[in-house]
Design a protein around this ligand. Sequence first.
Ligand SMILES: [Zn+2]
Length: 486
Amino acid sequence: MKALLACIFNETNTFSVLPVGRKAFEAKLFARKALSVPPVPCTTPLQIWREKAAAKSWTCIDSLGAWAQPAGMVSREIFEECRDIILADVARERPDIVMLSMHGAMVADGYDDCEGDLMARIREILGREAIISLEIDPHCHLTPLMLEAATLIVCFKEYPHTDVAARAHDLFQLTADAAEGLTKPVMRDFDCRMVSMYPTQGAVMRVFVDDMLAAEGQNGILSLSLAHGFPYGDTADTGTRMLAIADGNADLAQAAAEQFGKRLWDSREALRINWPDIPTALDRAEAATEFPVVLADTGDNAGGGAPSDSTFVLQEVLARGMKDVALAVYWDPVLVDMCCDAGVGARMRVRLGGKRSVTSGEAVDLDVTVRAIRHDMVQKFGDLPSPFGTGVWLDANGVHLVINNSRTQCLHPSLFTDLGIDLAAMRAIVVKSSNHFYAGFAPIASEVIHIASPGTLTADFAAIPYTRRAPDYWPRVENPFADTAS
Ligand SMILES: [Zn+2]
């Protein structure tokens, strides 16, 4: 067997003002051979697949590795360049198997479905017999073209995504079984007609994920994935879909997808996102008797394409005179450079945040002391390392701010502690993240509060100004199934 491994990874927030061109990929990952450079979370599956393929004496072709931090629309040029590198490798090597790590919500100028486009072209080159396997983020747009072109699609099940490696192992086993003629995978999906977020630490989703895992490998079901959908990508296929893969039986796959999909629909009220606004969240933090309270500034999550420089929460913290509060991370490469030049111990007047977008709020002027500077920082994403760039700790009279030069969300307390900030001494920690922070921060938090903060990512899913996605979804309408009597 010959397997080709490749990765193009981007989650596109079509409402974000930040462009994604070649530089955005070069800033994170753009490697002609993905496995020739140190791994990042999205190339970890390729590493696992190469090891497992070697154990089976398969030949492995190391193709492109490309990843850009989520932002706005990807340029046509960089998507076509990445795609055509992989297609040229496929045409030259003619592998039996193509294994891809992609996000599933990449939108480029002229391409609403980058993953489907790539896989359809691979299928055209290799024909029906080839196996095309895809591991994707659940915040994807699961499209008919993807389901038509791929042999196997597996999403991460956990949100926070702590199971990237576990799902890579699953997908390899499914791929090997199909390649060796032991199974005939058939995929079917069910449209839940929902647009929302589904953190898996809550009781309902915890049981849902555990039940998906328990059903796999039983009664002809090979794999189950919940494609949560990415609410901030405006495409015709945006929304939540349940995916089932059965062994040679399309009816069985359809029934399983419907069973789990309808179960999610039936749980919608328990899953409804109802986070407090900033004043309410800070009232709770100030009233707390155990510390630190961890608050998530979800509206400005770089991991969902936001600039990570909004000041709405900071302004309220300052207006209330709160002390012993740590906030991260503000993306400001210019200010990072200025702090590096001034050095540790410097006292400065700085203008922070509010620069990238109307959703960033007003800039804030502060007198600060530069308490620490650290280069080439890395934070954990589950067990995987994720680059953080240069981090700077600014102390504004008891309000502790982390800024950096490589736009990323807050994933782990180490981004504070590696700079020397004592989180146990803080009353509140504010992180710019939607839910990935939870795995790292919940163990040190007295309480976790998600804030429905203003920003590029709204928690009001009924109000997202879609132009391409039809409005017939919950919670925009109470029952989008009403006209079909389902
Ligand atoms: Zn995701």
